[in-house]
Design a protein. Sequence first.
Length: 238
Amino acid sequence: MARTFATEQVDYLDNGAAVLTAVPITMSCWVKPASLGTTQVVMVLSEYNSSSNYFGIVIHTDGRPYAQTKDGGGGSFAITASAALSVGVWSLITAVFASTTSRSIYLDGGSKVTDTASATPTGINRTLLGGRYSEASGGLTEFVITGDAAEVGIWNVALSDAEVASLYVSAGVGIYPSAVQTSALQAYWKVLGTDSPEPDEIGSAHPFTVHGTSAATHLTMQGLGGGAVRQMMAQNEG
């Protein structure tokens, strides 16, 4: 299963802490849009109650994904040149924030574009899937995804081009995030749509509180994932 998002201020998942607050950061999420034509924020590491400071993945009105760094209302972003999501098709979006002057976007493991403007968000203290916070609104969200989302990972390194490509097999078929740079993976949510909260598979440190949403059909994943990676990490620590 996955989760379907549809309504602003209703459908989102969040955690009251930021998995990471500064670069390097890699974030990755599978999305299946039900519609395009509006700005849709997939996920952010954000300042609470603010649309001015965050690292995020966003879908443009024309379906192209971009990696955005907002710092006090300004900021910069990298957007794919032409590669775009399609309605009803699972696609993998990956954003690599390598430094304050480098952010890259990938669609389905490729179509990389990098932006090099300087941007440094501050006050990052929340993790949000399915929108961003509306400015000074008491925590309300805006720009919700219209569609399904699942298999979300956040790493504390800048994944290489080859590592990003390895997460994607084909449309609707991916490799578990836990199979790539396992020791650097800071949070991983399957987003199965059956648990509340949605568990963080990496040490259970950042479970998602569920707001609205409904269960949806999951995509196909391959490799090592879920409880197996927790067991492997525990054995390594032992």
